[in-house]
Design a protein around this ligand. Sequence first.
Ligand code: SAH
Length: 362
Amino acid sequence: MFSIHDESQIITLLESHGHKKFRYAQVENALYKNLITDFSLIETLPKDIRELLVANCFYTSLTLHSEKTDPEWQTTKFLFKTHDDRMIEAVIMRHLSGRNTLCVSSQAGCPMACSFCATGKLWLIRNLEFYEIIDQIMWAVHHLAREDRKLRNIVYMGMGEPMLNYEHVKKSIHIACNKKKLDLSNRRITVSTCGIAPRIVDFARDFPQVSLAISLHAPNDEARKRIMPVENTYPLDVLMSAIDEYVAITNKRVFYEYIMINWVTDRLEYARELGELLKNRLAHVNFIPYNPGEGTDSDGFLPTSKMIIKKFQDTLDSYGIPSTVRHTMGDDIDAACGQLALKEEGKSLATETGKTIKKPQE
Ligand code: SAH
């Protein structure tokens, strides 16, 4: 059995049974335009092809473990179970302007181990297949369609480091943006990375229109190293030169995410350092107040006060760098990605090993 989103496998299947290639266009139309989930109901196809699809393909690889919408109906958080019982999360964010964004996961767990992040506490369980990313997207498309809404934006800011599962992330973006499939605009897709420098340059060449977000979180090597182990492999100068190359290729503004953790990332001298670092670069800074979920750093991180965030913004203003403060949508439903999965995976890993979560052997 294989995923119905695997175009080349479906075409091979159709051709090996003597069917013409145009039949695939009918499958595509049924799946992505008419939102059909049951292949036996694709009326444009003859019965034998419908049966062939039913016998060989599955519609989705995910099962819904839980779904939670906040009282204001801004966010819906899905916790899915993969075929091998791993937990992954996706979140729909409904903005007042009417645009709807989906935050997707690219890995089950994450190897990057940033100290403030719940997903990092799971370490890497495995990469997701491209169709597992598409399955999250299709779930959201259907969910929004039932509310008479449409999915407009996708952000790869859920669990995992997308640049370490690049081939599958790439394939999923191609499906999301393909005119005959989900037909989303490249400009409305954002991939977020903690700074896998060489991949940033590949990404610029492959997707010059797709947006790039960098989880910067600190303005110098020393401060960054304390919270993000990736800094040991790709220090700030290596990261910034990859970003400069990205901008030279795409001429696009880069979004820098900066987590605001009390006493850790919010020292006032860091605001100036951040201004110096970004002043001649095409940049937009997004301040994210630290979301203290269950399972994040035991050091007792706390979010920064609004007043200090405002000071950071004023400093960046004086450097001419635009910034926004991310509204922490869905705090009450653990919508900092990874937090729900950590709760569930934590339970299942604990039962598997008889202990709590452990770092896998190197
Ligand atoms: N690995 C990628 C994408 C996933 S993280 C990356 O690092 O960019 C998505 C964003 O959520 C990142 O900017 C991450 O740093 C942030 N984040 C993780 N845990 C958080 C927390 N507890 N509070 C606030 N933001 C958090």
